[in-house]
Write a new protein. Structure first.
Length: 398
């Protein structure tokens, strides 16, 4: 099955919205044994939409559309599909009843414009949307399959997982599963050189650079789920045989959750003081499950006065400057002392607007003598670097 993704919305074309739907769907199609050949984007203009859809209809077996299913005048996906197919849209009594009931449940009357969300063409059936008012369309005719889903990522993701993906899986006739192992400390090229020789076509391997390290995805095709799982286990065994010391997580693991598990296992607690990262690290840690078991809190100190008020020695700032290894260490020590934790983490830096090279220092305080380190610029990368320094320290403890 050859597939094409069509993303609809003027907001995408002018750069106001990033098209995360297309990248997500592109990552999912290989897991279904479906080859993605084209990705198209088009604004909310019906003639241009029809042109794009006709081209997709002529060259693809499966067309996945996101966007343009809302109730407003510029939501024209249904109209474009209908015209492209030469079919007439009609209101479905069942969809209208369900839609009015949804608005009634919210204590609201349904605006007349929402009625277009209850329409179908003869070759389409509705795809339920528990997260919103816009049902999707599943269109199947002339040996082609066209699936239209809402643009809001939360609605699209729910519809994909509940309805679309399972239906496409049944058509594939085989089980395709994947597992991702996450590494840090090696370049993409080095990881590829170590891991690719271990794999062929099935299991297959992909290597990708991400902000939190290099990820390796093992993909297995099999006739049963049990066989696929066995293949994934074997693929993971091969990777761990050469990269085990660099692997910090699997699949949906986040760096924050991995750090949290380590701290909980060791009965340790953490506090942070952030300048350059501006609370990014604190936000990520507080969103981690069971964070109250290991994270005592984050302190945001963006001025010299704030740093000294929280325990950094003003003489250290005067001598070395607020952006320095020495201040990063004292920020970590101050956070550890103030919040009475086993470990403190401090981050200070200058962004590229102030210094083209960018300077970020990460300091750790855990009762052992540890040098502060200069890490890559960027707030997110600084927070990630801080977590990896903490992970390294935790793993070194007995």
């Amino acid at each position: 099955m050859k597939a094409e993704i069509v993303s609809i919305g003027t907001e995408i074309m002018v750069g106001n919205v990033t098209d995360t739907n297309a990248s997500f769907l592109a990552s999912q199609l290989p897991l279904l044994g479906i080859e993605l050949l084209w990705v198209s984007q088009v604004g909310d203009d019906q003639p241009r939409m029809i042109e794009v859809l006709r081209r997709a209809w002529g060259r693809s077996d499966l067309i996945l559309i996101t966007g343009g299913l809302g109730p407003t005048a510029d939501d024209l996906t249904r109209e474009a599909i209908a015209e492209m197919l030469g079919e007439k849209m009609v209101v479905s009594a069942d969809l209208e009843r369900d839609l009015r009931a949804r608005f009634g449940g919210m204590g609201m009357s349904m605006p007349p414009s929402n009625l277009k969300q209850a329409t179908l063409v003869p070759s389409a059936r509705a795809i339920p949307n528990p997260q919103g008012t816009a049902p999707g369309w599943w269109v199947e005719t002339n040996g082609r399959l066209l699936i239209a889903m809402p643009g809001p990522p939360r609605e699209m993701l729910d519809m994909w997982q509940r309805s679309v993906r399972p239906a496409l899986q049944k058509r594939s006739g085989e089980v395709i599963m994947a597992r991702t192992l996450k590494t840090f400390g090696l370049s993409e090229a080095a990881v590829g050189e170590m891991a690719f020789p271990l794999f062929g076509q099935n299991p297959a391997l992909g290597v990708y650079a991400k902000p939190d390290g290099i990820q390796l995805t093992v993909m297995v095709k099999a006739s049963t789920e049990s066989e696929a799982l066995d293949g994934l286990d074997e693929g993971e065994r091969r990777i761990r045989g050469v990269l085990n010391d660099y692997i910090w997580g699997v699949d949906n693991d986040t760096l924050e959750s991995a750090i949290g598990r380590l701290l909980i296992e060791k009965g340790q607690t953490l506090a942070v003081m952030e300048d350059f990262s501006g609370g990014w690290l604190t936000a990520g840690l507080t969103e981690t499950p069971d964070s109250e078991r290991f994270f005592r809190g984050g302190l945001i100190a963006t001025t010299d006065e704030a740093k000294t008020a929280l325990g950094v020695n003003p003489a250290t700032i005067a001598r070395f400057g607020a952006v320095s290894a020495e201040v990063a260490r004292e920020m970590a020590a101050a956070a550890r002392t103030l919040l009475r934790t086993d470990t403190g983490l401090g981050i200070t830096g200058i962004d590229v607007k102030a210094n083209p090279a960018g300077i970020v220092y990460v300091g750790l305080s855990d009762g052992e003598a540890r040098p502060a380190v200069n890490r890559p610029r960027g707030r997110q990368r600084a927070a990630i670097a801080g977590l990896f320094e903490l992970r390294r320290a935790l793993l070194s403890r007995r």
